[in-house]
Design a protein around this ligand. Structure first.
Ligand SMILES: C[S@@+](CC[C@H](N)C(=O)[O-])C[C@H]1O[C@@H](n2cnc3c(N)ncnc32)[C@H](O)[C@@H]1O
Length: 464
């Protein structure tokens, strides 16, 4: 902060003009070098805010009042904004949010990676701004009168849930499925789980959809309790939910709010769905996704994302392609016909099994799927796997560990494609690859998550 300027203190009210959006979706305003982040503000807003946390160079404030809405502000269409912690950008004009995502990728590369002048291309807009999610995880919690609330956590609260109906990010069928489960809970007198008291039964409802196949899978996560209550879903859900192919019951007896990796049984139907992805026109691939496997949450954009990955990979048919952090093998299977050989590595054994089966069912015969940690598998198979010409990495938000980066640098593929869902860890990893002898040619954000601050991007690195 420049000399002579008073740094605000906690509780101070001040007037700000928002000039940008930061990663995470908060509006950014600046006063004499002091930066203020305020949730629920939009670019161009003049707003009165109250300081909540003050650091040396920046502070975090709560919005008191929008004094003059900026051109970047729109009326959020969802009735649960801002209570629901699910979406944080519904009040921001889509074009504005999209460009902010591009700027954030570029800023992270400079600030975290020290990489100036990288070509960060215009973000590809999403095909749908609402109703695009193929997987929704609803939390259950008691209302003050003990009745069921089924929705998402109240913003900033771990112990309180906002009852949601409808959710505008879910599809029409997804909303129907959640409400059918709510009707079952009411009919069976199912008690919601109270996270604070660690008592009750129904904890989460996960609705997963193959948007392009019309298949729906519902997983009910409960505390330990009577199976018969959950079995009653089999008599109710199939008639109520179009396309339902399975009901799974998972039991979570622990304090943490997880929905995956739990002991589970299939109550009705099966525990997997299929989804279709089309990268090469006229050559769609159908992928089996088991309940434990990761898949991109925006089905209609997945083909587009993979087309950008294919563009970055520049496959000509003769290459050995590594699909690292492969999930159900979707990238390697969708691009398999463009490569000579594919090696997929994925941590979750069920997903690696899916990858193997998906390659087989789609006639990708030049495909090997290995289960395990990328870093460990690459070390253990050193010298025994074909040397990659192209490696595509698609790690979770935590990005690549130092060890994984080193293993990939040892492999030295001519082309490295990074599919990122977190610009900060991407920027850190990008620096490592640049230091290791790669040139970052371009980055292309692809909006997989409208209304939320999440950012997906595809980057092309080539070995210098
Ligand atoms: C962002 S997802 C990408 C999946 C897939 N490429 C897709 O497009 O659907 C990341 C995947 O990496 C897997 N994973 C996480 N840590 C891993 C590790 N250390 N080694 C291998 N796979 C890992 C996760 O299980 C998940 O399937």
């Amino acid at each position: 902060m420049s000399r002579g300027v008073q740094r605000p203190t906690r509780g101070d009210e001040m007037e700000v003009r928002v000039d940008d959006l930061a990663f995470g979706g908060r509006g950014v305003s600046r006063a004499d070098g002091f930066v203020v982040f305020t949730a629920d503000t939009a670019p161009g807003d003049r707003a009165r805010v109250r300081m909540q946390r003050v650091r040396r160079r920046f502070g975090e404030a709560d919005l008191i009042e929008v004094l003059e809405p900026g051109p970047g502000r729109i009326a959020p269409p969802c009735a649960f904004v801002p209570d629901c912690g699910g979406c944080r950008l519904q009040h921001v004009d889509y074009a504005e949010a999209l460009d902010a995502k591009r700027r954030q990728v570029a800023e992270h590369l400079v600030r975290i990676g020290g990489l100036e002048g990288v070509e960060v291309r215009d973000a590809d807009p999403a095909l749908e701004h609402f109703g695009y999610r193929n997987k929704m995880e609803y939390s259950a919690a008691p209302a003050p009168d003990g009745s069921l609330r089924l929705g998402f956590h109240r913003r900033g609260r771990w112990d309180e849930v906002v009852d949601i109906n409808p959710c505008l990010l879910a599809s029409a069928v997804g909303n129907v499925a959640r409400e059918a489960v709510r009707a079952w809970a009411a009919a069976e007198g199912v008690e919601p789980y109270d996270q604070r008291a660690q008592q009750g039964f129904l904890r989460h409802v996960v609705v997963r959809e193959g948007v392009l196949t019309g298949q729906v899978l519902v997983t009910i996560v409960t505390a330990h309790g009577p199976d018969e209550v959950v079995d009653a879903l089999a008599a109710r859900l199939p008639a109520a939910v179009p396309g339902l192919v399975g009901i799974v019951h998972a039991v979570n007896d622990g304090p943490s709010e997880v929905t995956a990796g739990l002991p589970s049984r299939t109550v009705w139907g099966r525990d997997w769905i299929e989804e279709t992805v089309e990268v090469e026109q006229g050559r769609p691939v159908t992928l089996r996704l088991s309940a434990a496997s990761f898949f991109q949450t925006n089905s209609r954009m997945t083909g587009h994302l993979y087309r950008r990955a294919a563009e970055a990979a520049g496959l000509t048919g003769g290459e050995v392609l590594y699909d690292l952090f492969a999930g159900v093998g979707s990238i390697g299977v969708a691009l398999g016909s463009l490569a000579r050989e594919v090696v997929a590595i994925e941590l979750v054994p069920e997903a690696a099994d899916d990858a193997r089966g998906n390659a087989e069912r789609n006639g990708i015969s030049n495909h090997t799927a290995l289960a395990g940690d990328v870093r460990v598998v690459l070390r253990e198979h050193r010298g025994r796997l074909p040397v990659p010409d192209v490696a595509i990495v698609d790690p979770p938000r935590a990005g690549l560990s130092g060890g994984a980066c080193r293993r990939i640098l040892e492999l030295a593929p001519k082309t490295l494609v990074y599919v990122s869902c977190q610009p900060a860890t991407f920027a850190d990893n990008a620096r490592r690859f640049v230091d290791g002898g790669y040139r970052l040619e371009w980055v292309r954000p692809v909006d997989m998550f409208p209304q939320t601050p999440h950012i997906e991007a595809v980057a092309r690195f080539t070995r210098v």
